[in-house]
Design a protein. Structure first.
Length: 303
């Protein structure tokens, strides 16, 4: 569809796609460095605590971690397990999965809400809405905005996965051999399939909040107004019960996503997965339908 290509070309030419990708890359880089710092800190903490136990209590390392004759006398077991997992988090696929999880539930909602709000209102910004509405019709124009946003979210999520894998692999190769893992029980790296649930959840989260941002901006015609309101509501307002969209997304993710990278959100209020998915789908459809009805009736008069 030519309208979809037009919207996608604008998103590329306006550098909105580039800015969103750059934001994901910067966040992934900062988080990866934080993972390295956490691993270094965990190993140093393990060494200090064992040195103290060995000096003051005569503990051997095996006894301290609970693999000796008395498994209940293991003051260092928690620290040892934490250090082992911290090193495992530097593996390429495990690190990538951890990055996707944090981006999905912290960065992606704000990023894609903003992206949807800005991309959908570019015609109003450049005074081309009236021309496109007459030439293409409200229905075709609205369908193009939805389709182009879905393509952009999918492309950005795929790009985020690729850059996260690249960063995680580069970090792993750079620090490999710098840690003494002789006394650690480091889990193996994930299989590629282990990253798929986090990848799928990021797409679902991006689509939902992207459509929400698109609807809010089209209804109010002011993306710079709706984005700060969303920012405050998402991060500062507590989850408002089981049917809050944030809780519904977490209810879908929790059975399939294993949070092992230090980021562990609170458990959601119980909602069956199918019910949560249905509510989110219906909610998005209702919001988009309402937006289309309101927007199509006034688009011919926009300047």
């Amino acid at each position: 569809m030519e309208s979809v290509r037009t919207d996608l070309r604008y998103q590329w030419a306006s550098r909105h796609f580039l800015y969103a990708f750059a934001s994901l890359t910067v966040f992934a880089s900062v988080f990866a460095v934080g993972a390295y710092s956490s691993a270094r800190s965990a190993i140093d903490s393990l060494r200090r605590e064992f040195a103290y136990l060995h000096t003051e209590g005569g503990y051997t390392f095996e006894r301290a971690i609970g693999t000796g004759s008395d498994p209940t006398d293991a003051p260092l077991k928690g620290t040892w397990e934490h250090a082992s997992q911290a090193v495992a988090n530097l593996h390429p696929l495990q690190g990538t999965t951890n990055l996707l999880q944090v981006m999905c539930f912290v960065i992606a909602p704000l990023l894609f809400f903003t992206y949807g709000a800005i991309a959908a209102t570019r015609d109003a910004q450049f005074r081309t809405l009236k021309f496109r509405a007459v030439r293409e019709g409200p229905r075709r124009l609205f369908a193009s905005q939805i389709s182009s946003l879905a393509v952009a979210v999918t492309a950005l999520t795929t790009a985020a996965f690729a850059v996260s894998l690249l960063i995680s692999t580069g970090l792993y190769l750079a620090v490999k051999g710098r840690f003494d893992t002789t006394n650690l029980d480091v889990p193996e790296d994930l299989a590629i399939t282990g990253s798929l649930p986090s990848f799928a959840m990021m797409i679902a989260t991006g689509l939902f909040f992207g459509f929400l941002g698109m609807a809010a901006a089209l209804l109010l015609r002011r993306p710079l107004y709706v984005v700060p309101v969303f920012l405050v509501g998402f991060f500062l307002v507590p989850v408002l019960g089981r049917f809050d969209p944030r809780n519904l997304l977490m209810a879908i993710a929790y059975p399939h996503v294993e949070f092992v990278g230090g980021f562990v959100p609170s458990a959601p209020h119980p909602v069956p997965e199918l019910v949560a998915a249905l509510l989110l789908t219906v909610g998005a459809a209702v919001v988009l339908t309402l937006t289309y009805v309101v927007h199509s009736r006034r688009s011919h008069y926009a300047t």
